[in-house]
Ligand binder design. Sequence first.
Ligand code: UFG
Length: 345
Amino acid sequence: MKKTVLVSGGAGFIGSHVSVELIQAGYDVVVADNLSNCDMTGYEGVCKITGRDDIPFVKTDFCSEEQTEALFSAYKIDAVIHFAAFKAVGESVAKPVMYYKNNLSSFLNVLEAASAHGCHNVLFSSSATVYGEPDKVPVTEESPRKPATSPYGNTKQMCEDILNDTVRATAGTEGEIKGILLRYFNPIGAHPSALIGELPRGIPNNLVPFITQTAIGRRECLSIFGNDYPTPDGTCLRDYIDIVDLAKAHVCAVARMLDGKMDKPCEVFNIGTGRPVSVLELVNSFEKVNHLKLNYKFAPRRDGDVTAIWADPTLANKVLGWKAERSVDETLAAAWAWEKHLAGK
Ligand code: UFG
């Protein structure tokens, strides 16, 4: 029998790409989203790419216990992937209550409903932000979690803990929950079809949407935040991972849960490439692969940025049988194709 995966936040950037990969791998998917930070473009793109017109979309606010409960009553869910959350670091500093309320209550409601309805498998979308400024790079899953530098980061740590505690407390009970935490590094790019991608509202906080919007003329100039870091070219180092590669990791993780292959009831995996790339290198690659010149300048460091962080993805490579495959160039070409698609070019 086909298994059904609920994707909370399934109309968003990561959720839409994950929905596509799950459907293409043969799962039934229920896309649920409250559309607070996106429109229906993501969901419509999922339908177009998969050639399906029967994918359920349920407008759901996971902060509502009633709506979450109704969703789990309406569908027999075998696994849930929880993306629905606010994600802007700066905004979380300005509006902590809003972030804690939204990110925690939605996850608590999902866990409660999953446990009550016999959905035993919960995958939580976590972030490399839980490692803070690491003492040693690359970071493994054993690297210590550092105190969060923003309420957003704190919600990721807290949700990790909540899942761990729930897994421990429900072990052996009827409402047993098994958990997988995927810690993403820097997801970038877009689907090669250019039908789904990142749709930031307002001025983008993240590097790649700012680059593509500058290239298309929506922004005047990219500011590179800091060129005096102790790195080879003075700019920060990150592990940029292609969004489709990242999405495929979820398919491997879901299969592992549903096939009963987990070694521990709560597992953690770094989802990254293992390849550090500096901001300047990324900008240079974008210019080269897309044959254009980007207007950029060096600007002061941005508060809260860590100097360098990249993944040791060995565990995910071995245990999930997953590996990031796309080059930075391919990913930046896809990001540009998506920006042009948005501009109707
Ligand atoms: N950067 C610029 N100019 C910009 C935007 C970003 O120079 O206009 C630089 C940043 O200073 C940083 C790098 O580009 O060095 C990457 O910045 P992003 O904002 O794209 O990504 P971050 O690494 O800061 O943040 C990502 C996720 C967050 C997560 C964080 C820590 O977007 O959700 O990693 O894990 F919290």
